[in-house]
Ligand binder design. Structure first.
Ligand code: HEM
Length: 327
């Protein structure tokens, strides 16, 4: 069965299906504005698979993996004639009360492992390789919190697609043949007001999320005046088909700085699905009835990337050579 064989793959580049991990780093960089920087970045991106082996082989049981996503502007700069059909920069959203900002990012590295030291070491080696070709725009180290809970105390990730539903929800198919097997990924860094959240009675918190807190049972909110987070994030098209995304959110924070956050990451076959979720969360459904989770969570970043298949990423060296000649 394909699901369990994925689980056993010890080192995996570009596997968005890598199992949920104990540790992760979300690294977003921009590539400097020179042909030499572009060539150097291409070279580093195409060597991610080898770097993973260098670090991951030291403990195969830690399942080190890295997914590379490429942003719309960088795709343009690479000069590849074809582009993924839906790829575009993250569109900022201004709701009545809350907004989702768009921030800079050419490349996302989603690094995961069951050991924080492997994640750290891989990031160190990777940034060494990228050198002065890039600027780090954002860097977040996430950790597994008890039974996969976010810092608001709720189990996060339950309704993710699994098994054979997973590729269908996350990988581009025949609708865009040149990019078959790729995926769109959206990230946002959220900071929570845990003091305010802590003053909300648990029963009310459950009515905001749409699940019970302790035992994680889904609630039916059909009769409620305002939709829950889980219902606003459920997308059903005009034919009645539900469209899922794959989330691998991670908590992060520094209690000494009163910093408590959730790094949201969502992979999808169709970018419009994640965009529609964001519209419903921030604008509301009906308009104005936004996601009350946002009263306690502020979006600080927002970026969209396309994750090419391993083969596509491996073709970047030719591009790097061509770019280096121009430099
Ligand atoms: C469900 C937390 C942001 C999409 C959930 C659940 C929790 C949660 C606790 C219920 C359990 C589960 O099914 O995973 C959070 C937190 C966020 C956040 C703490 C940030 C502060 C987002 C964003 C999106 C999103 C930005 C989409 C753009 C979803 C989806 C579900 C979900 C699709 C499953 C809905 C279902 O089918 O039941 N989230 N979430 N979440 N969330 Fe979020």
């Amino acid at each position: 069965d394909q699901g369990s064989s994925w689980d056993r793959v010890p080192i995996d580049a570009q596997s968005i299906n890598a199992p949920l991990s104990r540790a992760a780093v979300f690294l977003v960089v921009t590539v400097n504005d020179t042909p030499a920087a572009l060539a150097k970045a291409c070279d580093a991106l195409s060597s991610v698979g080898d770097l993973l082996k260098d670090v991951g082989f030291r403990d195969l049981t830690a399942h080190l993996s890295c997914v590379v996503g490429i942003g719309s502007d960088l795709w343009k700069r690479l000069g590849i004639a074809k582009r993924p059909a839906e790829l575009k920069p993250f569109a900022a959203i201004q709701g009545a009360k809350h907004n989702a900002p768009a921030t800079a990012g050419d490349v996302l590295f989603h690094i995961r492992a069951d050991r924080a030291d492997l994640v750290f070491e891989f990031e160190r080696v990777l940034l060494d390789k990228l050198g002065d070709a890039v600027q780090v725009e954002d860097e977040v180290s996430g950790f597994r919190y008890f039974d996969a809970r976010d810092l608001l105390g709720f189990v996060d990730g339950t309704a993710n697609p699994d098994g054979s539903d997973l590729p269908a929800a996350t990988q581009v198919g025949s609708e865009d043949p040149a990019f078959c097997g790729g995926s769109y990924v959206v990230v946002q860094k959220y900071l929570h007001d845990l003091t305010a959240w802590g003053q909300v009675p648990v029963e009310q918190q459950e009515k905001i999320i749409g699940r019970t807190k302790l035992d994680n049972v889904e609630l039916d909110d059909d009769a409620w005046a305002q939709k829950t987070h889980k219902t606003l994030a459920t997308i059903v098209d005009e034919k009645g088909v539900e469209h899922d995304i794959l989330r691998d959110n991670m908590p992060f924070g520094r209690p000494g700085q009163q910093e408590f956050g959730t790094y949201f990451i969502g992979y999808s076959r169709r970018l419009w699905v994640t965009e529609k979720m964001l519209q419903r969360l921030f604008i509301g459904e009906p308009v104005g009835k936004y996601d009350r989770l946002l009263d306690f969570s502020t979006a600080k970043t927002g970026c969209t990337f396309f994750v090419p298949t391993r083969a596509m990423l491996g073709n970047l060296p030719q591009l790097a050579t061509a770019l280096a000649k121009k430099a």
